[in-house]
Design a protein around this ligand. Structure first.
Ligand SMILES: Nc1ncnc2c1ncn2[C@@H]1O[C@H](COP(=O)(O)OP(=O)(O)OP(=O)(O)O)[C@@H](O)[C@H]1O
Length: 254
């Protein structure tokens, strides 16, 4: 379960950033008064145009960024007060997940399994499952620095899932992947739901949202402008498809 209450994130701007952003403001407000709940066994989708505040929100949920205000609770653990306990329950996938370029996929997966205290027998079984699902056997012994963007993304996904987290946070999970692998990721996300995990993902791809999500929130300029179940979203649509409806809601709030 993820409970988000009135979170706000301000970034302090350096003199250089102020110049780049053409502003005298000392802070940039990225997320303002955002609240939502993600339930176990359901998939929650966070949608929004570029720069809306999706990654900033997900990084706060994962305990990587500290909110300026507000509370985040992951499976009853306050992410700011009981960070380590909360983090054990989280798998976080982001496009910028740092992978050590000089290690191989096998070394990275083994390293993270150890870090999270995964038992040997669980490790072997999970690794095999993830490598098969993602098609990773062929490059498991290659150094990360020699892998393509899509291959690196696969390693990141395996790394995110190896400790079998209860709560999974995916920031644009299929970005940079070929259609076959993207389909497998969709299947992996869907399996997470069947296993009763709490899933949140951000995406620009409405067909993925349509396939996967039970609940959704639309964020725009740092604020939640729509929040409902997917069914409620469909029932209130004023246009005839999801993409058109998304654009319509954004335009109404410009
Ligand atoms: N470290 C930072 N310092 C200053 N401003 C930042 C920083 N990180 C993000 N921002 C700003 O916060 C806002 C939200 O950015 P964020 O990356 O969360 O958007 P996003 O919805 O994930 O966008 P995208 O779909 O393009 O990835 C943007 O205006 C961005 O410029």
């Amino acid at each position: 379960m993820i409970q988000v209450q009135n979170i706000r994130k301000e970034f302090e701007l350096s003199k250089k950033q102020q110049k780049e952003n053409n502003t005298n403001d000392k802070v940039a407000l990225a997320v303002e008064d955002v609240s939502f709940t993600c339930q176990p066994g359901r998939i929650f989708s966070l949608l929004g145009p570029n720069g809306a505040g999706k990654t900033t929100t997900l990084r706060m949920l994962a305990g990587i960024l500290k909110p300026t205000q507000g509370n985040i609770v992951i499976n009853h653990f306050d992410i700011q007060k009981e960070t380590n306990k909360a983090k054990r329950d989280i798998g976080f996938l982001t496009g910028s997940t740092g992978l050590y370029e000089r290690l191989t996929a096998n070394e990275i997966i083994a390293y993270f399994a150890k870090l999270y205290g995964v038992k040997d027998e669980d490790f072997k079984q999970r690794k095999e499952h993830l490598y098969t699902l993602l098609g990773m056997h062929d490059f498991q012994d290659k150094r990360i620095g020699r892998l393509s963007t899509g291959m690196k993304q696969k390693v990141s996904i395996a790394r995110t899932m190896i400790h079998d987290p209860d709560v999974v946070i995916f920031d644009e999970p299929t970005s940079g992947l070929d259609v076959i692998t993207a389909e497998n990721i969709i299947k992996l996300i869907s399996d997470c739901k069947t296993q009763g995990k709490t899933v949140i993902f951000s995406s620009h791809i409405m067909s993925e949202v349509d396939l996967l999500c039970d609940d959704l929130a639309i964020i725009h300029k740092g604020k939640i402008i729509h929040s409902s179940t997917m069914q409620e979203f469909r029932d209130q649509m004023k246009t005839d498809n999801l993409t058109a409806e998304f654009i319509h809601i954004i335009n109404e709030n410009n």
